[in-house]
Design a protein. Structure first.
Length: 182
């Protein structure tokens, strides 16, 4: 996944306001959609490391993360966070693996967030991505200066109703593009 290039500082600020609410609405609406779908969903987190990161650093990162999750001591948590801050950090990719029988479709959740948050990704994706169920908008995001869909904002605040409507519309389109279920 590649990070978007923003058309302006204002677009970056707007995206900063929107991305967490977009992710929250996406997950909630995916849950609702899966409740009525024949498809089963499984969320997965994948760590993608830069090529130059050693196996030793990856292992150390994993062990420290596990200890961090199990630790209750505030002092130890702070120590672990300091050590982790000095290590290389992987990019985290969140995926939804949809399955029905032997069919599997994988959706990148950040790509779906981009389709919701940005105007151009949605328009460019529909025009250039005819493959059903695919959400790989990252290359188009990387090659296009993105602008936030400002209809999702009202006076620099999230317009939750419009955000929810757009999220539902995009998910309806995505579920409609899934392969036919016998």
């Amino acid at each position: 996944m590649k990070k978007p290039t923003f058309a302006s500082q204002e677009a970056w600020t707007q995206a900063e306001i929107l991305m967490q609410p977009v992710f929250i609405r996406l997950i909630d609406n995916l849950r609702k959609s899966l409740e009525t779908s024949d498809w089963k969903g499984d969320y997965r987190e994948t760590l993608v490391w830069a090529d130059e990161v050693s196996e030793a650093d990856k292992s150390r990162f994993d062990l420290l993360q596990q200890e961090l999750k199990a630790t209750r001591s505030v002092d130890r948590i702070l120590e672990l966070e300091d050590v982790l801050a000095e290590l290389p950090t992987p990019e985290v990719i969140y995926e939804l693996h949809l399955s029905h029988g032997d069919q599997v479709v994988i959706w990148d959740l950040w790509d779906l967030c981009y389709r919701i948050c940005f105007r151009e990704v949605d328009a460019v994706d529909r025009a250039t991505n005819p493959s059903p169920g695919s959400t790989d908008a990252s290359d188009r995001v990387n090659n296009t200066l993105v602008e936030v869909d400002t209809t999702l904002l009202e006076e620099s605040e999230v317009d939750w109703i419009t955000l929810d409507e757009k999220t539902k519309r995009i998910l309806q389109e995505m579920f409609a593009q899934l392969p036919s279920v016998p």
